[in-house]
Design a protein around this ligand. Sequence first.
Ligand code: MTE
Ligand code: LUZ
Ligand code: MOS
Length: 747
Amino acid sequence: MAGEAAYIDDLPELAGTLHCALGLSPVAHGTLKALALDALRALPGVVDIVTAADIPGVNDWGSIVKDDPILADKELNYLGQPVFAVIATTRELARRVAAKAKDTMQIEPLPAVIAHREAHQKGQYVLPPMHLQRGQARAAIDNAPHKLKGSFDVGGQEQFYLEGQISYAVPKEDGGMLVHCSTQHPSEMQHLVAHALHVQAHQVQVECRRMGGGFGGKESQSAPFACIAAVAARKLNRPVKLRLDRDDDFLITGRRHCFWYEYEVGYDDEGRVLGAEITMVSRAGHSADLSGPVMTRALCHFDNAYWLPDVSMHGFCAKTNTQSNTAFRGFGGPQGAIAIENIVDSIARALGCDPLDVRRANFYGQGQSTPYGQAVDDNVIHELVAELEASSDYRARRDAIAAFNATSPVLKRGLALTPVKFGISFNVKHFNQAGALVHVYSDGSILVNHGGTEMGQGLNTKVAQVVAHELGVPFESVRVTATDTQKVANTSATAASTGSDLNGKAAQDAARQIRERLAACAASLHGGEASQVRFAAGQVEVNGRSLPFTELVTAAYHERVQLWSDGFYATPGLSWNRETLQGRPFYYFAYGAAASEVIVDTLTGEWKLLRADVLHDVGRSLNPAIDIGQVEGAFIQGMGWLTMEELVWHPKTGLLTTHAPSTYKIPTANDCPADLRVRLYENANAEDSIHRSKAVGEPPLLLPFSVFFAIRDAVSSLGGHRVDPPLDAPATGEAILRAIGAVREAA
Ligand code: MTE
Ligand code: LUZ
Ligand code: MOS
């Protein structure tokens, strides 16, 4: 990191720029009876205060369901909900005034529901329940030789992008508006800002050079800030910047959904699951946001890598008076898959088997399909896990750990190897499209624009590589510019790990068209067949001679050949029925596995990851350095989710008490194991993806399931591996100590 990349807050501010801070609801639920802002308007530095009444168009930023007011009007639905925007000459002054929000509001309190379990008991949801079924689960469970019934809880997770939410709105001529927005979804921001301003989409330009991380948190939830900044900029006809400080970011925006599960399964003597019933209840928060697609992905990942012949799943998105939960790396996939992993882990303990053997007994075989009806025909989990089992020395270490635990009274070791299968594509079919624009300038340099956004995942590097490869020029000849709704229209969010799959293909399409025109021009100038012209290493081979790419480009310009092109891509073969939850929602699956070894201090509940071995399938890697970085980052981020990041809302007031780094603990460099061995699995995508690569952004977030189950394994050693440790996620020190107590008592 050279520190050279500029983010939105680094842009030179235009003269007259004003700053915005938000006044937030102090209650989780209530009716706003009166709002008295005159005293605040009179404070030094205050230029204006913007409320819902100032929005010229629609007061809503909901991405699917229209239930997300930009500024609350009458109903206050969570503690932290934006009610008004203070516009002041400096950010500091704006913040100081906004902090007085509580004194301005006359509120009639209403009963608040904070916990998803309570909302479920009351039948309170943001969306209708979803059901995904195959076969006769009830009968299969009843007829099975063994049964297991239980419940499980998994916590949410804050995205903790290093660059917080920010938008900088600049009024333009003829009622136009430019918004610099830190967002994964510029096109959606464009449309929502246009609706809020009551103008057409062509009046609004949204630009995003890069984000300092998004992790799903800027897929939909960058919207209220883009809309508020734009509404204020329009009202005052001045540039307005809205940059949240970290506490407000925590209090206003949503995060990964916490899930609560109740399940019952039937299984045979080998631990094969014969029938499974599961109810998943997510904490959606006060509005729908992306909770529907997140629950869909959770239901479509309950199988993980396992064949579940008869299964019945029910998903409920509980409506609570809390922030509206949203996308976060994995998008419900991790929450779906960890439920079956927890079940399989318990089955192994009940049978006295090694959990790896039970996992393997359940792997998908030939010709089998998922509960939602998609054939699993690119399955490599058997070979991949066999390779990792050998390279991680799993069996020998299992024995060594047993020997260690037998003689170590306080410190206990644990080991787990867990598989991943993750579906790639948006589970909303029409999002699986992308566009790109490639310009070849007459000096041979190349400028690329595509619909994806850069958030540190290396997308622009991969797309530039694709274009350089297609035109046979050095990587340095290609430059990728900021994502801009005026360049490529109607783009999808950079999400669902599909950034390089979609935009790489679209850019390849554009570059290929230019290459074909150049080849035709070369053949007409130098003879030979256009189809025989080769582009490589900055040279063009035509009719037995070689000339520099730049020379051909200059000649083609003089011949009046079009040297720029658009490109388009739509993922083939997808189908999805949203009512029955059946079809082929995914183009292909990405696979992986990890083996983790931990040591737990049974007196304090503290633990340490000693070693992790990862083998992950990225198909034919576009860029191994980026891909390994993604795998490592996702591994540590997922480990944080499952072991240390704990969100606590006050059960009565609904205040998120863990709203700053002082109280919310994310992993640091110190939590990275000294021995972390990440390897990419040799495999070409069976589908015709960009250079036969596979998406890498989200799937590896599921690899640290192995850390959670290694902790569970260590705790279970206290009961001779006969007692199932009652351990929910996050497995914090306190949770581990409670599980230790429970195992000791039962043993
Ligand atoms: N990596 C970094 N450094 N920063 C991020 O914000 N987001 C993740 C993943 N990796 C993220 C990241 C998420 S949630 C997704 S969906 C993908 O990147 C999106 O980018 P891609 O589709 O280009 O892989
Ligand atoms: N589906 C999905 C989605 O699988 N991943 C996503 O990120 C997403 N975002 C919006 C709507 N559907
Ligand atoms: Mo990623 S959660 O799909 O932005």
